[in-house]
Design a protein around this ligand. Structure first.
Ligand SMILES: [Zn+2]
Length: 354
């Protein structure tokens, strides 16, 4: 009967998405009762937003007890930092792209302290996910952590981030369609455990974006929808207690590509292209996915910054061995040849893989 017990699920207590939200960080922290903060900035981000963050905290009488600039994510360094943080700190604040967020999220997890995530770009769903992407023995690993206590997304900052971050976010979001399909298929073969609620949340949030018809990726409306959908997927992973709602065959290809290539692109860029290929194999929502990737300019971007075709083909072949006991569409051997054939002949793949 164990499987039928109700489980407690952590949901972020602070969830803010809007313009100029960085100016309100101090207010939100004070309202939540935090007084002593450790701040972690990604490299280059303090120069852009440090003054605003410090002013917002100081205006509310919040003490900045510790400050770090993060340009790497080696797990040994995360552990060292965690134990060097003064005992008076009662909240950790990560501000920036992926690195500062992953680093400070895991620090907070080690110390069992609340973590507030302030992404200044949204290139993947990590800013609200219950895991951290860290380097273990120089290899990128996704490690279980705690879902953020708070997520504060400043859309003005997200809008000012480089275009590649938005395209990467689109790629990581669209992957939830193929991931969801893989999950369902694995469950139908009793090779995974399903969670209806997590599936509904994850699929609904992506469908909202798929049905969205205003493709101006720098409009605040589009960015709001993208951020909201990525955020809901982080929560879906927490509800499912698994990465299944957010990661399937397409993520396996991207992880395999990371392990092969010397020139990786952003996570969501690789995942987005792999999603296009896997949706073809699944014969599921292929046209909708293709249209979204065409109309948002994702493929145009990739055409200007193509991935390596031979390495990508190797990654497709390696993908099924990336995760043990993880059934996906690529677990069917014929589908590997079908995917390679598609990569060789599809007009879009011909332009985006060289
Ligand atoms: Zn991802």
């Amino acid at each position: 009967m164990e499987n039928f017990h109700q489980r407690q699920i952590a949901i972020p207590s602070i969830l803010k998405i809007g313009k100029n939200e960085i100016d309100h960080i101090g207010q939100y922290l004070l309202e939540a009762g935090f007084t002593n903060v450790a701040c972690f900035f990604s490299a280059g981000i303090e120069e852009l937003y440090g003054e605003k963050v410090f002013e917002s905290l100081e205006n509310q009488g919040i003490n900045i007890v510790h400050k770090d600039i993060i340009d790497q994510t080696h797990i040994e360094n995360v552990i060292d930092t965690a134990f060097s943080i003064p005992k008076s700190v009662n909240v950790l604040l990560g501000i920036g792209g992926g690195k500062a967020l992953d680093y400070s999220k895991y620090c907070a997890h080690i110390l069992a302290l609340p973590f507030i995530s302030v992404p200044t770009s949204t290139s993947n769903d990590g800013f609200c996910a219950p895991n951290a992407s860290l380097l273990v023995n120089n290899k990128r690993k996704t490690i279980k952590a705690t879902i953020p206590y708070g997520v504060i997304v400043d859309l003005t900052a997200v809008k000012n981030a480089p275009d590649i971050c938005v395209y990467s976010g689109i790629g990581d979001l669209i992957s939830k369609i193929t991931a969801g399909r893989d999950w369902k298929m694995a469950c139908s073969l009793s090779k995974a455990q399903f969670n209806d609620f997590a599936y509904l949340i994850s699929q609904n949030s992506v469908l909202e974006l798929l049905n969205y018809q205003d493709w101006d990726i720098k409009s605040l409306k589009f960015l709001y929808q993208l951020v909201y959908s990525l955020l809901m997927n982080g929560i879906a992973m927490e509800i499912a207690s698994s990465s299944r709602p957010a990661s399937g065959s397409e993520h396996l290809i991207s992880h395999a590509y990371d392990s092969i290539t010397h020139k990786p692109s952003m996570h969501g860029i690789q995942v987005g292209l792999a999603t296009y290929i896997c949706s073809y194999l699944q014969d599921y929502e292929f046209e909708k996915i293709k249209n979204l990737l065409i109309h948002t300019g994702f493929f145009d971007f990739l055409e200007k910054h193509p991935l390596n075709k031979q390495e990508f083909i190797q990654a497709i072949r390696k993908a099924p061995s990336i995760k043990e006991m993880f059934y996906t569409i690529l677990s069917v051997p014929e589908n590997i040849d079908k995917a390679v054939d598609f990569v060789e002949n599809d007009p879009i793949c011909k332009k985006t893989l060289v």
